[in-house]
Write a protein that binds this ligand. Structure first.
Ligand code: 2AM
Length: 186
């Protein structure tokens, strides 16, 4: 199973973000496909293809780690593109930095995964919520980002971490299925 761990947001926050991507962003320019409202999340670690035995160990360790943690407040703000605005593959909403609680959650989750045997490249954690996957060569989208990003300023709370399975569908979209939910304390 192809898996990843992500922070999930409330229905209201996902709705607010989806309004930006499906109305403002799609209106400014039809750049690609909006991530569906129910799929909007903030990835903590992408783990890739993983066997069921490893998933069982991971689930056990994460439950122990996350039961002791508190929910995290953050501000979703700003917008950007990966790999960059000149050659965008994805457009995302950002998280106001620094947020030590979020960084520490991500570090701890990654550490537990490493202890189990997962390895990660050395790229720094860049918290983001992918709003749109661009479908073709777009050219520079800086002006679109600039015109839409002022609308992105939402208070949000992360009250659970979710282990998702990711499945590619024939139409090119992804289906994310929650396998385990780890609530954070309040
Ligand atoms: P993205 O939103 O920036 O594309 C499921 O694919 C989630 O894992 C997505 O949020 C995706 O980030 C993230 N992810 C990180 N690394 C990935 C990789 N190598 N392949 C697929 N998804 C990855």
């Amino acid at each position: 199973m192809r898996i990843f761990l992500a922070a999930e947001f409330s229905r209201e926050v996902r709705k607010d973000l989806f309004v930006i991507s499906s109305r403002k962003l799609q209106h400014a320019a039809p750049l690609g496909r909006c991530v569906l409202e129910e799929n909007l999340h903030l990835t903590l670690v992408f783990l890739g293809e993983t066997g069921t035995e490893t998933i069982a160990v991971l689930t056990h360790q994460l439950r122990k780690l996350l039961a002791a943690r508190r929910s995290i407040s953050l501000q979703i703000s700003g917008m950007g593109a990966f790999p960059d605005a000149v050659n965008p593959r994805v457009l995302w909403a950002g998280v106001q930095q620094p947020n030590e609680h979020l960084s520490s959650l991500q570090r701890d989750v990654e550490r537990v995964c490493k202890e189990i045997g997962f390895s990660f490249d050395a790229r720094p954690f860049h918290p983001h919520i992918t709003l749109m996957r661009c479908s073709r060569k777009q050219g520079d989208v800086s002006h679109i980002i600039e015109s839409c990003q002022e609308n992105i300023r939402f208070e949000a709370v992360i009250s659970s971490v979710v282990l998702f399975a990711s499945q590619s569908l024939p139409d090119g979209r992804s289906r994310y299925t929650p396998i385990a939910i780890y609530p954070l304390g309040s």
